[in-house]
Design a protein around this ligand. Structure first.
Ligand code: GDP
Length: 528
C-alpha cells in the first residue's frame, strides 16, 4: 500500500499543446534527454523514421510519413515518473487530439515567440479550459527574433482569456538573446548556444545586482531589463498557486528548445507546480487516485494495429489504484467482468508489455470490439462510471454514399464501427433515414482514413461530396422544436444517430445571427 501511494505520488501526466512547428517535438525530445530515456536529442522522431517505430500501423501512415494517432511517452526524471501525452498536429489533427486532453492532469502550451497564439493552440486551449486543468506556457524560439514580451503576454491574456505570470523574463531575442532573468532568485542565466542539445551548456548565473552584469549582457540590455522588471512587477498578476491549479493563471517561461536553453529550469518548476494524479468525477462521487481499487476510463481506440488480426487497442487512463497484468476488472458499460489482455505501454520509443501500472499511467489493452470511448473499468465492490467524454465539434463535413447499393450492410457496419472508435461522427438529414449520411471530422485526414478503411476492411467503395459547413452546434435546450428555429439561409438542420438535433453553419457570423433570431436558444461546441 505504502508503495502504491509513493508510486502514484510521483506521477505527472500532462499533454503538450501547440500549433505545428512551435517546437513541441523538440521540447519533448529535450525532456526525454534529461530523463535519460534517449541518449541523443533528435531521435524521438527523425520525423519520418522514429515516429513510424511508435505507431507503424497503417499504410496511410507509412505513405505519408505521419502518425494518425496520438501516443504516450513515459520516462523518469528526478524521482518523478512522467507521462507525456502527444497531441498530433498538422493534417493528422483529429478528435483524438482533443480526447487526449481528457486523460491529462495538466497541459504545457508551447508558443513560438515570433508567432504568438496560433489557431491550433487556441482550439486545444479551449478543451483545457473546459476541464479547468493547469496550463503552463513555454515561449519558445527565443534564439530567433521574438515579438515584444509584453505584447506576447497581452496576446495570451486577450486571445485565450487566461492571466499570465512570468516566472522568468527574457533579455533580448534572436542574435541579441542574452538570457533569462529569474524573478524569484533575481539571477540572470546567460544564454549560450549549447551545441544544439547537449545537456551541459556553458551558461552562467549572475545576480541582477552584480556589478559585472553590464559586462555580461551590455549596459543597454541591463537598463532595459531593470525597467521591464519594474513595469512587470507593477503590472503582472501575482503568482498564486491556487489560481494556477484551477487553470486561471498560467506560469510563463521563456527559452529555446532547440539550443536547450531554459528547458531544464522549466521542467523543474513545472514538475513542482503541477500535481500528482487528480481525483476524477464519477456517477458515484469523486474517486480518489489513492483508492486501493483500480479504475480507468477509455479515451482512445485505435484500430488495426496488427493487420493480420484486425484487432483494436483501447487506451485507458488509470484514475485510481494499481493495475496488474491478468487482473479481473469490471467493464461497467458492458456489465461484465473480464481480464484485460496484452496490456502495453510506450516507453520512449518502444512498446512493451506492462506488468503493473498506477493511477496517472496510460495503458493500451486488446479490445475484442466491446469497448467504446468513455467506458469505465473498475475493481472493488462498488461499480461506478466516470463522466463521459464529450463529443468535440467537427469542422469538416461530407455527404457519403456507397457506390454499390448492394453493399448496404457492409457500408452501415463499417461506418458504425469506425464511428464507435471515435474516428468520425455520423449525422443524418433532419427527419430522413440513413439513406445518405453526413460525416463530420475534426481533421481532414480522417476522410482519407475513412475511405481507406471502408475499401480495405469492409470492401466498400464510397463517394464523398464535401459540404461547405465549418461549424456545428449542439442544441442545449431540452425539448426544442427544431421546426421553429429560424436561422440564416445557409444554416442546415441535422440530427445525430441518437436523434439529437444539431445545426450546421458555414461561418461564425451565421451562428451569431441565429442566436439573435431565436431568443433563449443555447448552443454548445461540445456534445454530451
Ligand atoms: P512541432 O511541430 O511543434 O513538433 O515542432 P518541432 O519541434 O518539429 O520544431 C519545428 C522546427 O522549429 C524545427 O525545424 C525545429 O528545429 C525548430 N525549432 C524548435 N525549437 C526551436 C528553437 O528553440 N529555436 C529555433 N531557432 N528553432 C527551433
Amino acid at each position: 500500500m505504502a508503495d502504491m501511494k509513493q508510486q502514484i505520488q510521483k506521477r505527472r501526466t500532462f499533454a503538450i499543446i501547440s500549433h505545428p512547428d512551435a517546437g513541441k517535438t523538440t521540447l519533448t525530445e529535450k525532456f526525454l534527454l534529461y530523463g535519460g530515456a534517449i541518449n541523443l536529442a533528435g531521435s524521438v522522431k527523425g520525423k519520418a523514421t522514429a515516429r513510424h517505430a511508435v505507431s507503424d500501423w497503417m499504410e496511410i501512415e507509412k505513405e505519408r510519413g505521419i502518425s494518425v494517432t496520438s501516443s504516450v511517452l513515459q520516462f523518469n526524471y528526478d524521482n518523478y515518473c512522467i507521462n507525456i501525452l502527444d497531441t498530433p498536429g498538422h493534417q493528422d489533427f483529429s478528435e483524438d487530439t482533443y480526447r487526449t486532453l481528457m486523460a491529462a492532469d495538466s497541459a504545457v502550451m508551447v508558443i513560438d515567440g515570433s508567432k504568438g497564439v496560433e489557431a491550433q493552440t487556441r482550439k486545444l486551449f479551449k478543451v483545457c479550459v473546459m476541464r479547468h486543468i493547469p496550463i503552463f506556457t513555454f515561449i519558445n524560439k527565443m534564439d530567433r527574433d521574438a515579438n515584444d514580451t509584453f505584447a506576447l503576454l497581452d496576446e495570451i491574456e486577450k486571445e485565450l482569456g487566461i492571466a499570465t505570470c512570468p516566472i522568468n523574463w527574457p533579455i533580448g531575442s534572436g542574435k541579441e538573446f542574452k538570457g533569462v532573468y529569474d524573478r524569484n532568485t533575481r539571477k540572470i542565466t546567460t544564454f549560450s548556444d549549447t551545441a544544439r542539445g547537449t545537456k551541459e551548456g556553458a551558461s552562467k548565473e549572475i545576480s541582477i545586482d552584480d556589478s559585472s552584469l553590464s559586462d555580461e549582457i551590455g549596459e543597454a540590455f541591463r537598463e532595459q531589463l531593470i525597467e521591464e522588471i519594474e513595469l512587470l512587477d507593477g503590472a503582472s498578476a501575482e503568482f498564486d498557486m491556487e489560481l494556477v491549479s484551477k487553470g486561471k493563471l498560467s506560469p510563463v517561461f521563456f527559452g529555446s528548445a532547440l539550443t536547450n536553453f531554459g528547458v531544464e529550469t522549466f521542467l523543474k518548476h513545472f514538475l513542482q507546480m503541477t500535481s500528482s494524479p487528480l481525483p476524477r468525477v464519477s456517477d458515484c462521487g469523486i474517486v480518489d487516485p489513492f483508492n486501493k481499487n483500480f479504475s480507468a476510463f477509455v479515451f482512445k481506440i485505435q484500430a488495426n494495429m496488427n493487420k493480420a488480426h484486425r484487432d483494436r487497442i483501447a487506451f485507458m487512463r488509470i484514475c485510481s489504484g494499481k493495475f496488474e497484468a491478468g487482473m479481473e476488472v469490471m467493464h461497467v458499460q458492458g456489465n461484465k467482468k473480464l481480464r484485460l489482455s496484452q496490456p502495453q505501454q510506450l516507453m520512449a520509443q518502444e512498446r512493451k508489455i506492462v506488468e503493473e501500472a498506477y493511477a496517472g499511467d496510460i495503458i493500451g489493452v486488446f479490445d475484442p470490439g466491446l469497448f467504446s470511448i468513455g467506458d469505465t473499468f473498475c475493481t472493488g465492490a462498488e461499480k461506478f462510471a466516470y463522466e463521459g467524454i464529450p463529443t468535440f465539434a467537427p469542422e469538416h463535413f461530407a455527404r457519403v454514399r456507397q457506390v454499390d447499393t448492394m453493399k448496404r450492410k457492409q457500408f452501415v457496419k463499417g461506418i458504425s464501427q469506425i464511428a464507435q472508435e471515435g474516428a468520425i461522427q455520423v449525422f443524418q438529414e433532419y427527419q430522413t433515414g440513413m439513406e445518405e449520411i453526413i460525416v463530420g471530422v475534426v481533421g481532414v485526414l480522417q476522410f482519407d482514413v475513412l475511405r481507406y478503411r471502408l475499401e480495405n476492411e469492409y470492401n466498400v467503395d464510397i463517394r464523398m461530396e464535401n459540404l461547405p459547413y465549418e461549424h456545428i452546434r449542439w442544441i442545449e435546450n431540452e425539448n426544442i422544436d427544431l421546426d421553429k428555429i429560424t436561422g440564416t439561409s445557409d444554416m442546415k438542420k441535422i440530427q445525430d444517430l441518437k436523434g439529437q438535433p444539431l445545426l450546421l453553419f458555414v461561418n461564425s457570423w451565421s451562428i451569431g445571427m441565429t442566436l439573435e433570431r431565436n431568443e433563449g436558444l443555447e448552443l454548445s461546441e461540445f456534445g454530451r
